[in-house]
Each structure stands twice: as C-alpha cells, then as structure tokens.
Design a protein around this ligand. Structure first.
Ligand code: NAD
Ligand code: UDP
Length: 347
C-alpha cells in the first residue's frame, strides 16, 4: 500500500476549500504546527474574511480557482485535503450540476494533482452517503439509503462517486487516498446565511426572529464542534498506514431539532418563538455516527460538548451580526449563481 514518510522538513499542504468554514480552521491548525499552506478556493460559499488574518502569513498562499478546472501547482506538495464543495443543502442545491461536477471532476483533478506530486490525499466525504439511514447508529460498513434522483442527490451521489474515485486510485497504487465521512459540524466562521440548522437558529435567536423548524422537529442530528473535526482530519491524514477504508468523524451525541432549538432559546434569551415549516424532500430522519473505527485507528474522539460549542458559536455570530453593515438573515433560498459552465470541463 502507498504510504508517505515525512522527511522532517517543512511540509507543503494544499487545502482545497480552505476559505470555507472547516477549511479555514484547518489552514489555521496546519500553519500552527509549522506547515506551508496553499489554499485553493473559488469563494463560492467561502469567504475572504475567513482567511484574511492569514494573508500576510509567510507560509500561506491563496490561489483563487474552481477545482473543476485543472490545477497546476509547481511547488512540491506533500498533502492534499479536498474540502472544496458547497456543504449546506440550500447552497449545494442552488446549482446542483456544479455541485456534482465539483465532487467528480474536482475530486478527479485534485487526485491527479496528488498523484503527480506523490502526495497523500484526504477526501472530505459526508454522513450524507448514508442518506436517510435504515441502520442506526451509522457504521462505515453500512451502504446507505440514498435517492439518486432527488434534490439532495447532486451532493449525496456526488460524494459517493468521489469516494469511489479515491478507492479506485488507491487500489491502482496511484494515490495514497484517504476518506473521512464528516457528520454535521458547526462553529465560528459558518456563514450567517449558510442555511444549516445551527447557523439558522443562532442567527434567528440573536436577531429576535422566529426559529424555523422544518417538519415535526423530531428528526435527529449529531453535532460536532469544528476543532474536534479538524483534529480528526489531521489524524486521518497523518496515520500510518493508510486505513484503506472510510472513517466516520462526528460527535455521537444525538439531539432532536426540537431539543436543539430549546437549548438555543435558553442560551440566547429573547423574544423568539418557534415556527414550524414543511420538511424538505428526502430530509434524513436520524443521524448518529458510530465512531469505533476512529477511536481504534486514530485514537480520536470529540472533546467539546454541544453546550460549550454552541456558546462559542453564538458569541461568534453576535460579534459579526451586530457589526454595522454585516447583519445577514438566514435563508434556504441562497442567491448564489454557481457555475453551470462547469459541465464543459474537459470538453
Ligand atoms: P463551506 O461551504 O463553508 O466550505 C466549502 C468551501 O469550498 C468554500 O470555501 C467554497 O467556496 C469552496 N468551494 C466550493 N466549490 C468549489 C469549487 N468548485 N472550487 C473551489 N472551491 C470550491 O462548507 P464546510 O462546512 O466548510 O464543508 C467543507 C467540506 O466538508 C465540504 O466538502 C463538505 O462537503 C464537507 N462536509 C462538511 C460537513 C459540515 O457539517 N460542515 C459535513 C459533511 C461534510
Ligand atoms: N432544519 C430546520 N430548520 C432550519 C434548517 C434546518 O429544522 O432552519 C432541519 C433540516 O430540515 C434537517 C436538520 O435541521 O432536518 C439539519 O439540517 P442541516 O441543513 O443543518 O443539515 P443536513 O443534516 O440536513 O444536511
């Protein structure tokens, strides 16, 4: 099996999607341990503000590019993290064709880059590969219950195809590819209008607006704080040998959306009430990771309880929302145009 031995010199790490919520925290952590970081991002859902504090760092370089286009990086790269992909349902459904192309063509381009550089590769996959799961909690050997024709398919099936590409490249001995299946992760630097549950509810509570719950609110999710996730990503990238199988990273604490809303209303007291809205199509009913594999292979488990992580995230939103000119409302209809032209890639 392919595996890399680090020579002790400074590592150069490419983070695709590095200006996003998770990616920017990963860039911080890599720089902190002394790596050079090349952040590749198209700013589709990420933000320059997320990486602005790094722009003058001598070991940080920003490349503005869509990963659906071929990447040419001349500097020797040792590790490639692929986090490039819109992640919230409203943003990945805004231009579903581009989402699918990002997962397939984008991952293919980054795998090819890793192959040329003989670099290790880590693919940010998702608990969405389990779809609306019939097994609970979800272990990595569960094959999932995914619609290949519904509105979430561009993301769920795109990520499944990306996993297949990674394992084909690994089996062929072409790239040291690793796959992490990330469960719902939250924290500072989520976009206030990202559309995911924690950003929506916190922004609504802080703004005194009604908290929107889709469906009955009895569906569950398991929420992982971003610093715990980043530790898991780095552990999987660095572990030797490559596990050769996907690894779940998430916090097994499972909450209904009603329980989450109640916690947020206690944390951010105010005038907000709860309003119930229709459940989006194919919305999964239950989600909770089995993290036995991560514990055994990576000695990893989450450390930050939901109450603590929510408070840090609420403090972050309070700081950005009430700066003049920055107030933004959560939305399911995110007006981001995306790049339908991506279908022409490779033509
Ligand atoms: P995010 O939207 O904040 O970050 C994604 C980043 O990728 C953004 O900076 C965006 O501009 C960039 N991007 C999107 N398409 C691109 C393209 N074609 N070319 C170049 N850059 C592009 O989302 P996030 O929550 O930080 O998620 C990061 C990764 O983790 C994603 O791949 C997502 O699928 C995966 N993931 C996240 C979660 C979660 O709960 N946060 C759960 C499962 C999987
Ligand atoms: N959700 C909700 N209100 C919102 C946003 C989301 O009730 O304002 C629900 C959504 O229908 C889902 C859960 O919260 O059942 C998690 O949604 P999110 O978009 O964060 O991520 P998902 O796990 O569905 O990809």
């Amino acid at each position: 099996m392919l595996q890399k031995v680090h020579d002790g010199k400074t590592r150069t790490v490419l983070v695709a999607g590095g200006a996003g919520f998770v990616g920017s925290h990963l860039c911080d952590a890599l720089l902190l341990r002394g790596d050079k970081v090349i952040c590749v991002d198209s700013f589709l859902t990420g933000s320059r503000a997320n990486v602005r504090p790094l722009e003058n760092h001598p070991k940080f370089r920003l490349v503005e590019q869509d990963v659906c286009h071929l990447l040419n990086i001349e500097e020797q790269v040792h590790q490639v993290y692929n986090l490039a992909c819109a992640a919230s349902p409203p943003s990945y459904q805004a231009d579903p064709v581009h989402t699918m192309m990002t997962c397939v063509a984008g991952t293919g381009n980054l795998l090819a880059l890793a192959e040329r550089h003989n670099a290790s590769f880590l693919q940010a996959s998702t608990s969405e590969v389990y779809g609306d799961p019939e097994e609970h909690p979800q272990r990595e050997d569960y094959r999932g219950n995914v619609s290949c024709t519904g509105p979430r398919a561009c993301y769920d099936e795109g990520k499944r195809a990306a996993e297949a590409l990674c394992f084909d490249m690994l089996r062929a001995g072409r790239t040291d590819a690793r796959v992490v299946r990330i469960f719902n992760t939250y924290g500072p630097r989520m976009q206030p209008n990202d559309g995911r549950i924690i950003s929506n509810l916190l922004v609504q509570a802080l703004s005194g607006d009604p908290l929107t719950i889709y469906g009955s609110g009895e569906q569950t999710r398991s929420f992982c704080f971003v610093t715990d996730l980043v530790a898991g990503l780095m552990a999987l990238m660095d572990v030797d040998p490559n596990p050769g199988a996907p690894v779940n990273i998430g916090n097994p604490g499972e909450f209904t959306i009603n329980e989450l809303a109640a916690m947020i209303l206690t944390m951010v007291p105010g005038r907000s009430e709860i309003v119930y809205r229709p459940l989006p199509k194919d919305d999964p009913q239950r989600r909770r990771p089995d993290i036995a594999r991560a514990k055994e292979l990576l000695d990893w488990e989450p450390k930050v309880p939901l109450s603590q992580g929510l408070q840090e995230t609420a403090d972050y939103f309070a700081s950005v929302l009430f700066e003049p000119g920055l107030r933004a409302r959560p939305s399911r209809e995110k007006p981001r145009p995306g790049l339908t032209g991506a279908l022409q890639i490779g033509a």
